[in-house]
Write a protein that binds this ligand. Structure first.
Ligand SMILES: Cc1ncc(COP(=O)(O)O)c(C=O)c1O
Length: 382
């Protein structure tokens, strides 16, 4: 059995309950939620509503209808950015963002939106003073990742949220690397828009994600169409969540996501976070002892998510990934991780780095196997 250390891309394996929920949806329910009145359609609809409610509970969202299902974090971020920004607006982001933030911002820039990127340190820390200095008269939104998917650093979203709120600026958080892993409270943290994948630390299947929209935000939909409601009207309904959920939803995926969120609620985010921190500590401690490894990002486990990037002195990252896969059956991700800006910040552009990302189902034995493999590779390839 392969040792899967690519959890930042998507979590694997999923809790057994996720597979059961999807199987039940496909084999026993099957109907289209919200399109018909019959009992199977009502059951499908109930599963969708329950998943929405569980997500609301996990992130302290006061109204579940403010959770909009998307097919991944990228779609949620696109909706958050393109739904709020208009030509003439200014938006601020950081230098460690994923392309799912940078590329929509570049597209918006061509349409007349201005954006500034606040430089982070090589360790991926955001300087709040610099962020505050970039605010201008036209600043409408700040968009930040909660944690870098390359450097692993956590960004100070609570402080930024309080500041944005005090200045009447909207705050969008990309929680791709933290939702389900690090506690997030949208009310306490003054988050207006929370974009999350369902398929990482919420343990749902691929093809799931959501955007939370606070009542402070006036958002334009990116698509219009059938919602199963107000069918007599040619106009998109105003009511949430239908305003943003045209077309048939990924009901089997959302059923699985519901079971994934239940798993997180049952385990407790604090407990999950502690468990993954212990694994991270073990890995960092072991990596520091291996000669010939350049380790990036914060060195203390409590200040980072379990995403650890490094390079070996005598091999390209892609070669390390290949050797780990081929000779040791250990699966990691190498290259630029869809975040060239983060690699520029870390000093590893254009070749990138080896990224190891741990998850709830990884064990100390997985970490030790990786450490043994890396010790051997560095000894024999020197
Ligand atoms: C920080 C960050 N933002 C956004 C995304 C995009 O997530 P998705 O693949 O669900 O669209 C990722 C994916 O790895 C990510 O790490």
């Amino acid at each position: 059995m392969s040792i899967y250390l690519d959890q930042a891309a998507t979590s694997f394996p999923k809790p057994a309950a996720v597979c059961r929920a999807m199987n039940r949806m496909v084999t026993r329910i099957g109907a289209n939620p919200g399109r018909s009145e019959h009992k199977l359609a009502r059951k499908a609809n109930q599963i969708i509503s329950e998943t929405r409610e569980k997500i609301a509970l996990l992130f302290n969202i006061s109204e579940a209808r403010r959770v909009i299902f998307t097919c991944n974090a990228t779609e949620a971020i696109n909706l958050g950015l393109k739904g709020t920004l208009s030509p003439g607006d200014h938006v601020i982001t950081s230098s460690v963002e994923h392309n799912s933030v940078i590329r929509p911002l570049k597209a918006l820039e061509r349409a007349g939106v201005q954006f500034s990127q606040v430089p982070c340190s090589r360790q991926g820390h955001l300087n709040l003073r610099l962020l505050k200095k970039s605010i201008g008269r036209k600043t409408k939104l700040i968009v930040l990742t909660h944690a870098s998917n390359v450097i692993g650093s956590l960004l100070p979203i609570e402080e930024v949220g309080a500041f944005a709120h005090s200045r009447g600026i909207l705050f969008l958080v990309d929680a791709a690397q933290t939702a389900g892993l690090v506690p997030i409270d949208v009310q306490r943290m003054h988050i207006d828009l929370l974009a999350s994948p369902g398929h990482k630390s919420l343990y749902g299947p691929q093809g799931t994600g959501f955007l939370y929209i606070s009542q402070e935000v006036e958002l334009k939909p990116l698509k219009e169409g059938g919602t199963g409601t107000d069918s007599e009207s040619y106009e998109q309904p105003e009511a949430l969540p239908q305003r943003f959920e045209s077309g048939t939803l990924n009901t089997p995926g959302i059923a699985g996501l519901g079971a994934g969120v239940s798993f997180v609620l049952d385990q407790g985010v604090e407990r999950i976070w502690k468990k993954e921190q212990l694994l991270t500590q073990r890995l960092l401690k072991g990596l520091k002892k291996i000669k010939g490894i350049r380790l990036y990002g914060p060195l203390e486990a409590g200040k980072r998510v379990p995403v650890i990037s490094f390079n070996l002195n005598f091999l390209e990252p892609v070669e390390v990934g290949f050797i780990l896969d081929d000779l040791y059956d250990i699966l990691v991700r190498t290259g630029l991780h869809c975040a060239p800006q983060a690699h520029r910040t870390m000093g590893t552009f254009p070749n990138g780095a080896v990224r190891v990302s741990l998850g709830f189902f990884n064990t100390p034995e997985d970490v030790d196997a990786l450490l043994r493999a890396l010790s051997e590779i560095t000894r024999t390839r020197r």
